[in-house]
Design a protein around this ligand. Structure first.
Ligand SMILES: Cc1cc2nc3c(=O)[nH]c(=O)nc-3n(C[C@H](O)[C@H](O)[C@H](O)COP(=O)(O)O)c2cc1C
Length: 215
């Protein structure tokens, strides 16, 4: 089943760039729903989804976030600012919540996935990975931000991934401090301004031979 031609995909990936200046135009509710669905469909290790996507549209909150984002204008001018927050820890209760969801969605007998559950627990709760639970959850968030940017590009919607932010300040402003989640990265979503000169700058990528190794 081909839904998008290879040429069109590459065209859109060439078209996208990290927008420096957004138009103050809002994304339609219909398009935003598609992007939220794409976010939710992001894959994660074991499918555990150790993340929260905080969608900021409130101009007062954006105003507070800008000074703790290296003053970057995209924070205020974008339509939606998505803040990716990763779980700080991983415990049995969380894994159980995920297992319950599988049972519910797939309408299966919990006993049939007992082995899978124990495998997950042995790795991310009782195993070595538990010591790096937040780092591990952070990696999953980076998959989601990539997914969001590609989905947006395919729809002709612009983005700018943002690591130039102060995560602890974000946690304070967004009320995450005493939660199970901590900010790791953000993504501004909206429409490029015609004045953004970066839009026409050629993409800088290493040559294929430098990054793709065939074995
Ligand atoms: C994780 C990540 C964080 C980034 N943080 C910022 C940022 O804070 N501000 C910014 O203007 N661009 C940021 N960028 C954009 C990169 O500089 C940009 O993606 C890169 O130069 C490649 O250019 P292109 O995305 O326009 O093709 C970030 C990119 C990534 C992937």
């Amino acid at each position: 089943m081909t839904t998008l031609s290879g040429n069109h995909l590459i065209e859109q990936l060439q078209w996208r760039y990290a927008v420096k200046k957004f138009e103050t135009l809002k994304i339609s509710a219909q398009d935003w729903k598609v992007l939220e669905d794409a976010l939710i469909l992001s894959p994660s290790s074991y499918g555990l989804q150790p993340w929260k996507f905080i969608v900021v549209t409130n101009s007062g909150v954006k105003k507070q976030l800008r000074p703790v984002s290296w003053g970057q204008s995209q924070i205020e001018d974008c339509s939606q600012l998505v803040v990716f927050a990763a779980r700080k820890t991983m415990d049995e209760a969380y894994v159980q919540k995920f297992i319950n969801r599988i049972v519910d969605v797939r309408k299966i007998d919990p006993a049939s996935i007992e082995f899978y559950k124990n495998m997950i627990l042995g790795d991310v709760v009782k195993g070595e990975r538990n010591k790096i639970a937040h780092e591990w959850a952070t990696r999953q968030c980076y998959i989601a931000i990539g997914n969001l940017m590609t989905a947006a590009a395919v729809l002709g919607i612009d983005t700018c991934p943002l690591e130039g932010i102060e995560p602890p300040k974000y946690d304070e402003i967004l009320g995450l401090k005493n939660s199970e989640y901590a900010t790791v990265v953000a993504c501004a979503v909206g429409y490029r301004s015609a004045e953004d000169k970066y839009a026409s700058a050629p993409k800088v990528r290493f040559e294929k031979k430098d990054v793709i190794q065939e074995v």
